[in-house]
Design a protein around this ligand. Structure first.
Ligand code: SMG
Ligand code: MG
Length: 370
């Protein structure tokens, strides 16, 4: 499929409520969107890099720069006949920048699938038409505020709660949520690398609360530390930041560093590598679930398609649009009986609403592949 060029669009969307993690507080989502355009179809990609390099080394201005200066120029020789899988091959010589690469691949794959009339979910190998929705609940200024937020999400129908934790905000919020909502609540925690191995004794106290998992307690490059910690905890260790590829997933599993994996396409360089992470984990009997990066409806549509693969046996951080935004840039994803429907149209299966998109766009540029 021929691609003439890409539109880079920056959008700025206020979040309905601040979202605090161990590394900072988000009050808005500053997102980079890509539109691949050719004579046969156009397709959309979303770059999940955050405004600052606090979750991972990428950030949105840096992603825009690497896309403009290196990634799109590297596609030029293949622009007359591009496919989703060809993107990663063309970009392989450029080191790093998985989130930027993932956005480029997603836009091309979406265009290719729209041109051929196939849904991304079918292409990836989905086995479900709807996926169970969990929600990630940020660090709050008081336990009362946290309990009110969790109660609201449970009323809305979310089937699993994830609490963000950090040193000083761990046992107390977990205990309070367990006591208030009972032992049947599917509950897990995410530390975003905020602990060290010397905190093992404190983290082991979480074992009393029947958590599904503890996500990324230690730094991303500390697989041995996670393996040592996993041996000390009854709560399964899940990795997020550490799993940057299917190979990294295989290494982590072989080392005993995790029993569960959070799959985020942006973090591993795209939906095709995300499927390989899923495949490696499935081959080892390791359950996976789909993470979230506060995506708009564009990225959410693709995540929901991925989450419909057979190995995604745990509810993901794929929440409804109104958990993030008053107005999404696509038709909103809504919770029905605790689930989101997997889009069935060609490609990612959703379109941006042009008026909504224009109202949040802060910058747009065209990069041709001549
Ligand atoms: O998209 O609902 C979402 C956010 C889920 O907690 C979430 N993501 O480490 O898993 C994670 C974080 C990373 C982004 S925090 C701004
Ligand atoms: Mg995480």
């Amino acid at each position: 499929m021929k691609v003439n060029g890409f539109e880079l669009r920056r959008v700025r969307m206020p979040l309905v409520a601040p979202f605090e993690t161990s590394f900072g507080t988000q009050t808005e989502r500053d997102v980079l969107l890509l539109r691949a355009a050719g004579p046969d179809a156009e397709g959309w990609g979303e770059c999940v890099a955050m405004g600052s390099p606090l979750y991972s080394p990428e950030w949105v201005d840096g992603a825009a720069a690497v896309i403009r200066e290196f990634l799109l120029p590297a596609l030029v020789p293949a622009a007359a006949a591009l496919t989703g899988p060809a993107v990663a091959e063309q970009l392989a010589k450029i080191k790093g920048h998985p989130m930027a690469k993932a956005a480029v691949e997603m836009a091309v794959l979406d265009a290719e699938l729209r041109a051929s009339g196939m849904a991304l979910s079918s292409y990836l190998g989905a086995v479900r038409t709807r996926v169970a929705a969990g929600v990630s609940v940020g660090i709050m200024s008081s336990i009362g505020e946290l309990l009110d937020a969790v109660a609201g999400y449970l009323d809305a129908g979310y089937v699993r709660i994830k609490l963000k934790i950090k040193p000083g905000w761990d046992l107390q919020p977990v205990r309070a949520v367990r006591e208030r909502f009972g032992d049947d609540l599917l509950l897990q925690v995410d530390a975003n690398t905020a602990y060290s191995l010397s905190d093992a004794r404190q983290l082991a106290r979480l074992d009393d609360f029947g958590l599904l998992l503890i996500e990324q307690p230690l730094p991303e490059d500390d697989l041995r530390g996670h393996a040592a910690l996993a041996a000390l905890l009854r709560t399964p260790v899940c990795l997020d930041e550490s799993v940057t590829s299917a190979r990294a997933a295989a290494d982590a599993i072989a080392l005993g560093a995790c029993r569960v994996v959070n799959v985020k396409p942006g973090r591993v360089g795209g939906y095709l590598e995300a499927r390989r992470v899923h495949d490696v984990c499935s081959a080892h009997g390791v359950p996976v679930w789909c993470g979230g990066m506060l995506e708009t409806g564009i990225g959410r549509a693709a995540n929901v398609a991925l989450a419909a693969l057979p190995g995604f046996t745990l509810p993901g951080d794929t929440s409804a649009s109104d958990r993030y935004f008053d107005r999404d840039i696509t038709a909103p994803f809504v919770l029905r009986d605790g689930h989101l429907d997997v889009p069935s149209g060609p490609g990612i299966g959703v379109e941006p609403d042009q008026a909504a998109l224009d109202s949040v766009t802060t910058h747009s540029e065209w990069i041709g592949l001549e």
